[in-house]
Design a protein around this ligand. Structure first.
Ligand code: PLP
Length: 391
């Protein structure tokens, strides 16, 4: 008889990812029990690998393992990849250091509950936004499969942040990169993209499924790698493994049990991972999920209405309510965060703060609530929005 031992997950090569439905079902099971059952995966190393990778584990059990293993033994609560001294030996590794991004208790009324636990994603290095991790993960998975070297360049549709993160990585890797940027994206971001060496094409409309389909066929014709953040499961993987897991570990550390999640949706990657992870982890008393979208005919950078098509939100098995926010309200959300907390979120972060304020004013959020949100980027990137607020 052999015995049960543990191997580093990173030492194993990636194979094709199973369907996202299968992975989510297995993950829900593990998060609820907080135990991993090796017997469920005996004979299916590929599924075991991907389940553990999505879980953010750094070890995989090998050999004759018959007993369930608590997830802490697999490294679920360990932020193992991070260098505590914040040293990156390659620009490519910058995305891994200086983590986790901060979780900060904010207020909507000075020093009074309800408490808003906000994770500040502008502490990421390339795009100063929540998108660094997914850009890196989409590229890392392609490198695993040696996919990137087969292409003559890369192309992506982005409202700015994913484009900037990918442009930085493309510069590091020496890959040609073209980004399709919607007309409303700020000029400053276009300049940053150009500075990073990306080719920028402005699109007349916003980001639609037709546009994404058009880019997919352009990529095929010209042999370009199309990361496709809207459909690539590496997006959900990055948020599950990093953004959402970090958040959970930080909340546990702060002894905060979340009761309301107020989350933004662009591709739905962040919101789906965070809502899925926290709802299953706290399944005895799950938090309520609210998804923030722009009100009809309103533009808020980085987020979209759900009917424009989002891949993951309806696959995670969590019920949610939609909160609509106007652009003017999102700007007031920035002002509120600045005046009361001294922090300046971007326009979508302002929308999240404004949605929380609205839910509080309507009595849906109460003083006793611990509200969790993700602030995707910083208001320093939107000088026009700030100009509107202060003239
Ligand atoms: N806010 C900003 C500024 C963004 O750039 C994005 C994504 O592009 C989001 C929010 C939404 O994140 P997700 O695509 O994970 O739903």
């Amino acid at each position: 008889m052999g015995e049960c031992s543990f191997k580093k997950l990173d030492m194993i090569r990636a194979h094709n990812m199973p369907s996202i439905e299968t992975l989510l079902e297995e993950l829900a099971f593990i998060l609820r029990e907080k135990k991993y059952d090796p017997l469920r995966y005996r004979g299916d190393d590929n599924l075991a690998y991907w389940v553990l990778r999505f879980l953010g584990a750094d070890l995989i059990p090998v050999g004759d393992c018959d007993e369930k293993i608590p997830i802490d033994k697999l490294g679920f609560y360990r932020l193992a990849d991070y260098d505590e001294y914040n040293v990156a030996h390659e620009p490519f590794m910058l995305v891994m250091v200086g983590k986790p991004t901060p979780l900060v208790k904010l207020y909507i009324e000075k020093r009074k509950p309800p408490f808003i636990w906000a994770k500040l994603e502008w502490y990421n290095p390339y795009s100063l936004s929540v998108k660094d991790r997914i850009a890196w993960q989409m590229i890392e998975l392609s490198l695993d499969k040696c996919e990137l070297s087969r292409y003559d360049g890369m192309i992506e549709v982005s409202s700015s942040n994913t484009g900037i993160a990918l442009a930085a990585l493309a510069a590091i890797l020496g890959v040609d990169f073209k980004v399709l940027l919607p007309a409303f994206a700020p000029l400053e971001n276009e300049r940053i993209l150009r500075l990073l060496g990306a080719e920028v094409e402005r699109t007349s409309a916003g980001i639609t499924t037709e546009l994404i389909d058009k880019v997919r066929s352009e990529a095929m014709d010209k042999n370009l790698y199309h990361p496709d953040q809207f459909n690539n499961d590496a997006n959900l993987l990055a948020h599950m493994r990093y953004t959402a897991r970090e958040l959970l570990i930080q909340l546990e550390h702060a002894r905060v049990k979340p009761s309301k999640l107020v989350l933004l949706s662009g591709t739905s990657g962040t919101a789906s991972a965070v809502s899925f992870l926290l709802t299953n982890y706290y399944h005895h008393d799950p938090p309520e999920t609210f998804i923030v979208t722009p009100a009809p005919n309103e533009k808020i950078e980085g987020i979209r209405r759900l009917e424009t098509g989002v891949k993951w939100l309806d696959k995670i098995g969590v019920e949610y309510k939609v909160v609509e926010v106007k652009r003017s309200e999102a700007l007031e959300g920035i002002r509120l965060a600045a005046k009361i907390n001294g922090i300046i979120p971007g326009v979508s972060g302002g929308a999240a703060i404004s949605a929380i304020r609205k839910l509080y004013d309507n009595g849906v959020i109460q003083k006793k609530d611990n509200v969790v949100t993700i602030i995707p980027d910083t208001g320093f990137k939107y000088p026009h929005a700030i100009e509107k607020l202060v003239g």
